[in-house]
Ligand binder design. Structure first.
Ligand SMILES: [Zn+2]
Length: 149
């Protein structure tokens, strides 16, 4: 029985060695919804703009399994050409959705503010909102996963 007992340990060692290699972050993680994956509140969070221009924020664990919304608090400021617009978010069963759509146009900056919970310090994430489709990965530029940045 001894070899069977040592096998899980060997697997564990192999797995963590792999995770170490994975740390060179040449390539961004592709968002399962087609959005941009950012590190926020100790999780992966995906920023995705739906066809109705409402912003969808989905949290994932380290294995990219979707996590239901918890105590996170989210807001965003769209620095649109017509003026800044603040977006509030509400919880759905599996994500956060902005209560209003993004302002017209694109090529402007969005500052996303995420708090792990109401008492925590906010984390600001700047996203260049560009909806042109990248010719290499076929994703919107704001969610492009090519290493050319
Ligand atoms: Zn690309």
């Amino acid at each position: 029985m001894k070899p069977l007992l040592t096998l899980p340990l060997a697997l564990l060692v192999a797995t963590s060695a792999f995770a170490e290699d994975d740390h060179q972050r040449d390539k961004p993680v592709p968002g399962p919804n087609g959005g941009r994956v950012i590190e926020a509140a100790g999780h992966h969070a995906e920023f995705f703009v739906r066809p109705d221009r409402k912003v969808l924020i989905t949290f994932y664990n380290h294995d990219m399994k979707p996590q239901p919304p918890a105590e996170q608090q989210i807001s965003a400021i769209a620095e649109a050409p017509a003026g800044k617009a603040k977006l509030e978010f509400e919880k759905t069963a599996d994500a956060f959705v902005s209560t209003t759509p993004l302002p017209e146009g694109d090529g402007y900056r969005i500052v996303l503010q995420i708090r792990p919970d109401a008492a925590a310090k906010p984390q600001n994430i700047r996203i260049n909102f560009d909806t042109k489709v990248c010719g290499e990965c076929n994703r919107a530029e704001y969610a492009c996963v090519c290493s050319h940045g």
